[in-house]
Write a protein that binds this ligand. Structure first.
Ligand SMILES: *[C@@H]1O[C@H](CO)[C@@H](O)[C@H](O)[C@H]1NC(C)=O
Ligand SMILES: *[C@@H]1O[C@H](CO)[C@@H](O)[C@H](O)[C@H]1NC(C)=O
Ligand SMILES: *[C@@H]1O[C@H](CO)[C@@H](O)[C@H](O)[C@H]1NC(C)=O
Length: 379
């Protein structure tokens, strides 16, 4: 670089600085503001050497001039005694901050705001300008219209569950099963709005929950009930049940049936030839239980065998049947020496009697050990 060029650069720098020094300017970057719906957003535009020029705020989205100086230029509703828009001016004559205040923020207040200085003798393209952003956070919301909440599938069938949501920032979607079981992809959760159910099995029946979270409280969720049309799944609660005979004691046999469509449940007892169907009688009580702990499509059944006798021991069958087929499980009732279960006659009396007997025996034993030798000695 020649000396001449350096000198030119030196002078031009001085020239630019001086002319810049006389012009009004926006001195700091405008910090963005992030607020929730209903809260108040604020953007600061700090200017130097304003002179007689005017500071304006406008909104890019609507291309509207919001304010000039401290005067609001748009319709300015008053809510709860407060204006939606307001300009607050602070600072000395050399450095003045024009704060744009937007109250009761709505989703469409989010966007780019422009602060500029209407400089006399300059064209609008050359006005000093800076941009400020207001982000309006909104909690997640799952749109019901796009989502089915009930699905029926045949065994081996497939279906795509979709969870569409809105919210700012855009929510993360997670699919889980409400009973804590695995999803079809063999994971406990799926971070994707789309959940593919493919080649479904009976075990896939259940409630699938889509959770939308964007850290703005509260998160939203939606439950999709998935029914698999298949033969019932029948399982015992305990495969053996013990009870003593001839004590007017009852035995309770329990089984669970998971089925869609609903199953008809029957109890049978094994006989030397074939089986006998059991019905509600003096001997048997058949119950269908409701419980919130059960899984989707699951029902809990109880068979109470009253006043257990010798001929009640043996094999029982719990059989579930629906339009798709039939399945069963076995439960064995066996003999025990003492009464089993919570409804036995209070055992406290016999236990304490037993304790007394044991204590007496112990004392007698002690006496025997210590006294007998003396007796023999004496003898
Ligand atoms: C905006 O300016 C006001 C007054 O100078 C100040 O109290 C406030 O903290 C500023 N806000 C931001 C976000 O800079
Ligand atoms: C719902 O989500 C799916 C997958 O993300 C997308 O393809 C679809 O356009 C969304 N529909 C709506 C109405 O947002
Ligand atoms: C979505 O999940 C990712 C990864 O866990 C996380 O970094 C991000 O902050 C989440 N986004 C929202 C909006 O919560």
């Amino acid at each position: 670089m020649s000396h001449f060029n350096l000198i030119l650069l030196f002078f031009s720098t001085i020239f630019i600085n001086t002319s810049y020094g006389q012009e009004p300017s926006i001195v700091d970057d405008i910090l963005p503001d992030i607020k929730r719906i209903g809260e108040t957003g604020m953007l600061n535009c700090t200017v130097a050497r304003l002179g007689t020029n005017a500071v304006t705020w406008s909104f890019s989205n609507s291309n509207q001039l919001l304010s000039r100086g401290e005067v609001i230029n748009v319709e300015n509703k008053e809510i709860e005694g407060l204006k939606r828009f307001e300009i607050k001016k602070h600072g000395s004559s050399d450095r003045i901050t024009f704060t744009l205040i937007v109250r009761f923020l709505q989703e469409d207040d989010a966007g780019r705001y422009i602060c500029s200085i209407e400089t006399v003798g300059s064209s609008p393209e050359n006005y000093p300008k800076k941009y400020g952003f207001i982000t309006v956070l909104s909690p997640p919301k799952i749109s019901l219209s796009m989502t089915t909440t009930r699905v029926e599938l045949k065994l081996g069938g497939s279906k795509i569950l979709m969870c569409n949501s809105s919210g700012i920032p855009s929510p993360n979607i997670t699919w889980v099963r409400t009973n804590g079981e695995l999803l079809p992809n063999l994971k406990y959760s799926n971070k994707n709005p789309v959940l593919k159910l493919t080649n479904v099995r009976s075990e896939d029946q259940g409630v699938y929950r889509c959770v939308a979270d964007n850290t703005v409280r509260p998160p939203d969720h939606l439950d999709v009930r998935v029914y698999i049309i298949s033969p019932p799944m029948v399982s015992y609660v305990q495969d053996t049940v013990g009870q003593a005979q001839n004590g007017k004691y009852s035995a309770v046999l329990e089984c669970k049936v998971s089925s869609y469509p609903d199953a008809v449940l029957s109890w049978y007892k094994k006989k030397s030839r074939g089986r006998e169907k059991l019905t509600d009688t003096d001997k048997y009580e058949i119950q269908k239980l409701q419980s919130s702990n059960l899984r989707l499509g699951e029902t809990w059944y109880k068979l109470k065998v009253k006043n257990v006798q010798a001929n009640d021991y043996g094999t029982y069958y719990c059989v579930g049947a629906n339009t798709e087929g039939e399945q069963e499980t076995q439960i064995i009732l066996f003999e025990t020496a003492e009464c089993q279960g919570p409804n036995c006659p209070s055992p406290t009396g016999s236990v304490s009697t037993l304790k007394v007997y044991k204590s007496i025996l112990f004392i007698l034993g002690v006496c025997y050990i210590f006294l007998i030798p003396d007796i023999t000695f004496v003898l």
